[in-house]
Design a binder for this molecule. Sequence first.
Ligand code: GDP
Ligand code: K
Ligand code: MG
Length: 292
Amino acid sequence: MAHKAGFVSIIGKPNAGKSTLMNALVGEKMSIITPKAQTTRHRILGIVNDENYQVVFSDTPGIIKPHYALHESMMSQVQGSIVDADLILLMTDVNEKHDEQDVVKRLQGSQAPVVVLINKIDQSDPEAVKQKVTYWEELLKPKAVFAISALKFPNTSHLLEYIVEQMPEHPPYYEKDALTDRNDRFFASEMIREQVFKQYKKEIPYSTEVVITAFKEDETIYRISAEIIVERESQKNILIGKNGEMLKIVGTYARREMENFFQKKIFLEMFVKVISDWRSKKNYLKKFGYED
Ligand code: GDP
Ligand code: K
Ligand code: MG
């Protein structure tokens, strides 16, 4: 049998469940997940390998109107994934009330077939699901529509089978044991950022970046140093908390996630640093790995 391989881009509005789906497809936690919009800032590849195929999924940031340079980088990563795609999975929350013209517009200029995924059907009744299916069929004339729950019914074998059928014949793009294009440092920084998104309110998560400054691998223990970067002195105080209590909570949870992910003991130290307005400064964005 000829080998199949291709790129599949998962796009949609913030919080549709894109990262949850990619993790379910790959069977590993590649992407961090929180209830907050804009959790995913990078295009992250998740690769599903089999003897006869390789499907390279791209998890992408939710589609929004850009407000500063960081957002522009996030949206150009969405665009890049659409251009590369052999197949586009447009994901929508069954209960989404806002119109998705901004998502639909992104598809212009792409030749790739579109499959609509109506997600979170565990939070809806069958009648509402049916209406959404009809709505999307008429709007986009997609190749297919799937009603799913990436969180509650994470068995994705049926969807994956369909996706593989759509893939072109092609040799593998990546090593057959690769799960992603990202390295351990990236995942370590994401696990800290996930806790910042979970533990703080208001603008703190959106103003935060995490940089791994040291990553030493010993046989049984990884020693990791990180800088948590915020935009203002006041945010630094909130992040650290009274007697360092908040930062300690972040460290405890992040370390637990890392121990699970790396299957190693983790020693984690973190420093908080202020870089005013980093989200609008091209040089810092570049340094932090946001290509434009
Ligand atoms: P993304 O922003 O599109 O990547 O969405 P996430 O994967 O980060 O998910 C956003 C929120 O929706 C998280 O709290 C998820 O747990 C939740 N979520 C994702 N899929 C489902 C689903 O099928 N059902 C329900 N009830 N919640 C979901
Ligand atoms: K999210
Ligand atoms: Mg996401």
